[in-house]
Design a protein around this ligand. Structure first.
Ligand code: SF4
Length: 235
């Protein structure tokens, strides 16, 4: 059967990749003030909250962190936490034993290496327990003023459908998106794609009410969406 091709007045040529800057502009208008939905007051809190968000939801983490940071307000306190008591606090986030170990160990590392501060250093951050490139980018982009484009399962799914990225490798998709956007839009782009993936371009996409449906490859070509990417994203 002949494959449908992408033709669209705004995207111009057949099969042309939609303009990522236009995509981000439209989504930013749809989701004004888009940012991470995790609550935090400093880089350390965001780092810990993001580690806790793995295999959980931001809402669940936000219910847990007020008590957590009241009891253990900084890296020194968390590094010395009683593991059993800490695990009890983390039960609602799931995988609480593993997460308790990760956040106490990463706190100890921060204490040993940086006096308890979180450095704006991707190479260092990804060496911390429970921290992968996605988590490091979240912290760099939202709390340390360093452009970062976190790629989670929503970004993978939505970017592939729209046609601004190809593939299910988070590092490659991050690079593809960064190459199309100015650095000061990287974090915003991730936040917008995540919100869009949660609210509109869900696993079953709601294209009829989507602000991208005139440029999105999936909607324009009428193709089936690529399979949702497997959970390859590291923390
Ligand atoms: S048009 Fe449909 S597939 Fe494309 S981004 Fe919008 S909701 Fe997702």
């Amino acid at each position: 059967m002949a494959k449908k091709t992408v033709t669209n007045a705004r995207s111009g040529a057949r099969g042309q990749r939609p303009d990522a800057v236009d995509v981000v502009r439209r989504l930013a208008t749809t989701f004004p003030g888009a940012t991470t939905e995790l609550h935090f007051s400093n880089a350390f809190e965001l780092l810990v909250a993001t580690v806790l968000s793995a295999q959980s939801t931001d809402a669940r983490v936000n219910l847990t962190t007020p008590e957590l940071f009241k009891t253990y307000p900084d890296a020194r306190a968390l590094a010395g936490a009683d593991l059993t008591a800490l695990e009890q606090l983390l039960v609602p986030t799931g995988f609480f034993r593993q997460k308790a170990r990760s956040i106490t160990k990463l706190s100890q590392r921060l204490l040993d290496d940086h006096g308890g501060e979180v450095p704006a250093d991707m190479e260092y951050l990804v060496t911390l327990p429970g921290v992968g490139r996605k988590t490091a980018n979240v912290v760099l982009g939202h709390a340390l003023g360093v452009p970062g484009l976190p790629v989670d399962r929503h970004v993978l799914r939505v970017a592939n459908r729209i046609g601004v990225a190809t593939g299910d490798d988070p590092v490659k998709v991050e690079r593809q998106l960064c190459d199309q956007l100015p650095a000061d839009q990287w974090t915003l782009a991730s936040d917008c794609l995540i919100l869009h993936g949660r609210r509109v371009c869900r696993p079953t996409p709601q294209c009829a009410r989507c602000v991208l449906n005139d440029i999105c490859r999936y909607a324009v070509a009428g193709t089936r969406a690529p399979k949702p990417a497997p959970a390859r994203t590291r923390a």
